[in-house]
Design a protein around this ligand. Structure first.
Ligand code: SAJ
Length: 407
């Protein structure tokens, strides 16, 4: 039996995947409401294929609980934020989870950390907790780092088809956990040491952050130099060894906009490109605001109440708003005292998050003269015609209507 700790964006699909492939699973989360929802037969967020997977797992008798279970494998999938001042990892949730596991786990148990952690986190925070309990690591308790790699929006597919990394002190334990993940993972699983696994995960997300920052920097250069950044990236990417990502209104989510900071925090003075990339990506919401002002002026729109922001999530076709560029734009507007007037709509965000948030697309469109496309949800792609006659500022290159403004 395995006990999955943390039933959020990663823990839940992972627990469901194990269960639907015949592994006995108890999913644990300290959030009582969340556990109650799952116990009542409902999922807690929208994700392609998640509801079907949930049904399958329930039919295989997955259990949800607020309690930790005494068992031989724990999979910890809790958040790992960074400290806003030191930029270092804030491992408090991982520490809390491992402490709780230590209260109930029998000798011989393996604790797998799936949460993204900076290199050295297991040495610094996890080993001492286990040793303080009087356990000998390797004899009594094993530690494994098996970072997740799935992308929100395509999680269920990627759980099955992405390759994985398993970091372990001891090859035998690594192989045992590899076998467990092989119950659903059809791709290659590499077994390595813990520090390598920790660093590899951070490197993957940092690579993407830097690549997006490059696209965003090119956008600013091209705007000043009067060049079409999208055309340039398209042509450059035809080179067999060039693959530039797309510019956008900023980098959100709880991964790419967070993980590079761990390296900046731990290696100040060395992590220079990484820091510059973070700054460039973080500057994009402000850049979007400047463009909104320019475009409003150009079109004689005097009142920000006539402008609507489309999209609140951090990217397309998810309902996750963590670190969303749109929220940063709204926050920044509030600082400039023009708050409370700009209109906002997102088909995937049902709860009220910001002032002047619409839940009806037609009303939203009817009430504005200018729309800022911040997220390329399928909903808007299928309704582009509705934007005819509006001033359209498209930050994602999804709209082909004539006269569309771009970043
Ligand atoms: N973005 C751009 N331009 C692009 C691609 C993305 O501006 O060309 C923006 C998105 O709009 C979004 C942000 O970047 O705001 C991040 O989105 P994403 O789709 O690139 O990645 P995440 O954060 O949803 O998921 C990432 C993935 N990592 C990599 O692709 C290296 C995923 O595989 C990881 O599992 C996940 O982080 C994680 O949990 O670490």
């Amino acid at each position: 039996m395995i006990n999955v700790i943390g039933l959020g964006y990663i823990g839940l699909p992972t627990a469901l995947m194990f269960a639907s492939h015949g592994v006995e699973v108890v999913g644990t989360d300290y959030n009582k409401e969340l556990v109650k929802t799952l116990q009542s037969g409902e999922t807690t967020f929208e994700e392609d294929g998640l509801d079907e997977l949930f049904k399958e797992a329930v039919s295989k008798e997955i259990k949800f609980s607020t309690e930790y279970i005494s068992t031989d494998v724990y999979i910890v999938a809790v958040p790992t934020p960074y400290d806003k001042i030191s930029k270092k990892i804030d491992a408090c949730y991982v520490i809390g989870a491992v402490e709780n596991v230590m209260e109930v786990c029998p000798k011989g148990a393996t604790v797998v950390i799936e949460s993204t952690i900076s290199p050295g986190t297991i040495d610094k925070f996890v080993r001492p907790i286990i040793e303080a309990k009087g356990f000998t690591i390797g004899d009594d308790i094993n530690i494994v780092h098996a970072p997740e790699r799935i992308i929100p929006g395509n999680m269920v597919y990627e759980l099955k088809h992405n390759s994985r990394t398993i970091g372990s002190d001891n090859n035998e334990v690594g192989e045992k956990i590899k076998e467990l993940y092989s119950s659903f993972c059809q791709s290659e699983i590499v077994v390595t040491d813990i520090r390598t696994a920790e660093m590899t995960k951070i490197v993957e997300n940092t690579f993407r952050d830097i690549n997006i920052a490059f696209a965003n920097e090119l956008t600013k250069i091209c705007r000043l130099g009067n060049m079409d950044v999208y055309e340039i990236i398209k042509i450059a990417n035809m080179h067999p060894r060039v693959n530039i990502l797309q510019p956008g209104p900023g980098v959100g989510g709880h991964c790419i906009s967070v993980d590079p900071w761990f390296l900046v925090g731990d290696y100040p003075g060395l992590a220079n490109i990484i820091l510059a990339a973070r700054k460039i990506n973080d500057s994009m919401p402000e850049f979007v605001l400047e463009r909104i002002n320019e475009i409003m002026k150009e079109n004689g729109i005097m009142d920000v109440a006539k402008v609507g922001l489309y999209g609140l999530t951090y990217k397309e076709n998810v309902d996750d708003v963590r670190e969303s560029p749109t929220l940063q734009i709204i926050e920044s507007m509030e600082r400039h005292l023009s708050s409370g007037v700009i209109k906002v709509y997102d088909p995937n965000v049902k709860r009220d998050l910001v002032p002047n948030q619409y839940h009806d697309f037609d009303k939203f469109i009817a009430d504005i003269d200018m729309v800022v496309l911040l997220v390329g949800h399928a909903q808007i792609k299928n309704n582009m015609d509705m934007l005819k006659g509006k001033v359209v500022f498209d930050t994602r290159k999804i709209c082909d209507l004539e006269g569309t403004y771009r970043l």
